[in-house]
Design a protein around this ligand. Structure first.
Ligand SMILES: NC(=O)c1ccc[n+]([C@@H]2O[C@H](COP(=O)([O-])OP(=O)(O)OC[C@H]3O[C@@H](n4cnc5c(N)ncnc54)[C@H](O)[C@@H]3O)[C@@H](O)[C@H]2O)c1
Length: 351
């Protein structure tokens, strides 16, 4: 059987995770590892068995034997690189967030439709076993009527790569909301069965690293700090989302002055409530026959990144959009756009 040849563009942090997942899939050949930094691309040859290491994606796009492209680049390159790959006739898996704006995301969606190619987004939580168990419980009425959901994605002092692309708005599109918040928001909407969003009222604060050299931290992924760089994004957010189904509220921080990290989602129903610890398990709380109960199921865990990549390769083969297809995910970008509009204008924004 001939293998599906793919190109991975961006051999940084998440590029490694994707390459590792593809390495486990016997149907796939990583035909090209592409990174502007030649050593990073080259490292994929030894680590993951990539066939070629190159620094310009154009050569991979021009190779007709390449079926699919995996985009693991800074956020501002998601739209241009996805459009170029689709126009070259490739299926695309693009990391989250879809793009810097809804306008860009809609252009990507339209191009995928025009080219009749798959366009999947890196919403890895949709492949998490516990998330899908929780989703099934909600859908089958196990919590009764779910009238509210709430999520928290707060860390003490972990702004990523201070001064680098993560904290430079023109490259990232925003701070903690577009980086971490998008994962939690997408997970909540997915688990709730994609209720139609109506409006968002949000606030975004950028306080702790205004003077970058004064910012003290406990950890810095994507570091070290580049003090000559830019910090013009938010590190703290809060908001309320109205939908045609449950109401949703959230609070998130890359950094804030409370050293109590909290990463969870609550789903509140009339019969029971469910707390999902992010990327971990969940507990249900409720009452039955006059007695209170607490249940913590244990799942046979699967690696969600492996499942995500396998599903992408399946969809390239059978042409069927999967749960990560842009048509199913663009809802999250709509809410993110409304959130940033609301925060900038200081009032509720219609989705
Ligand atoms: N799904 C997840 O859990 C998850 C986790 C981390 C990051 N991400 C997303 O993945 C994307 C990449 O994040 P990261 O942390 O891996 O970033 P990173 O900075 O570690 O890696 C990006 C890489 O892209 C390379 N690059 C930049 N422009 C290029 C170009 N034009 N051609 C080729 N290579 C180029 C850089 O040299 C770098 O090696 C972001 O959009 C981020 O939001 C998702």
């Amino acid at each position: 059987m001939s293998k599906t040849k793919i190109a991975i563009i961006g051999c940084g942090a998440i590029g490694n995770t994707h390459a590792d997942a593809y390495k486990q899939d016997e149907r796939v050949e990583i035909a090209y590892a592409v990174d502007l930094i030649a050593e990073r691309a080259q490292s994929f040859v030894t680590k993951y068995g990539a066939t070629k290491a190159i620094t310009d994606a154009a050569a991979a796009f021009a190779d007709p034997s390449v079926t699919a492209v995996n985009i693991c680049l800074p956020n501002d390159q998601h739209a241009p690189m996805t459009l170029a790959a689709l126009k070259a006739g490739k299926h695309v898996m693009c990391e989250k967030p879809i793009a810097l704006s809804l306008e860009e995301a809609a252009a990507m969606q339209a191009e995928a439709k025009k080219q009749k190619k798959q366009l999947a987004i890196g919403v890895v939580n949709r492949y998490n076993t516990y998330v899908n168990m929780a989703k099934d419980i909600i859908a089958s009425g196990g919590l009764g009527k779910v009238y509210h959901a709430s999520f928290s994605f707060k860390s003490f002092r972990s702004i990523p790569g201070l001064g680098g692309w993560f904290t430079t708005k023109k490259n990232s599109g925003g701070g903690v909301m577009i980086d971490w918040g998008i994962h939690f928001l997408d997970l909540a909407l997915y688990a709730l069965g994609l209720p139609e969003p109506v409006s968002v009222s949000g606030v975004a604060h950028s306080e702790l690293a205004r003077n970058m050299k004064d910012y003290a931290y406990t950890s810095m992924w994507a570091g070290p700090p580049k003090y000559e760089g830019v910090y013009d994004v938010e590190e703290f957010v809060s908001g309320v989302i109205r939908t045609k189904g449950p109401s949703i509220n959230f609070e998130g921080a890359w950094a804030h002055n409370i050293d109590k990290p909290s990463m969870y989602l609550d789903f509140i129903g009339t019969k029971a409530g469910l707390r999902l610890e992010y990327r971990k398990g969940f507990t249900m709380y409720g009452s039955e026959n006059g007695n209170l109960f607490e249940k913590t199921p244990r799942a046979k865990e699967i690696n969600d990144f492996h499942a995500e990549m396998r599903a992408f390769i399946d969809s390239c083969g059978d042409g069927k959009p999967n749960r990560a297809h842009i048509d199913n995910v663009i809802i999250s970008q709509k809410v993110i756009d409304a959130f940033y509009r609301s925060a900038a204008e200081g009032r509720e924004a219609v989705v």
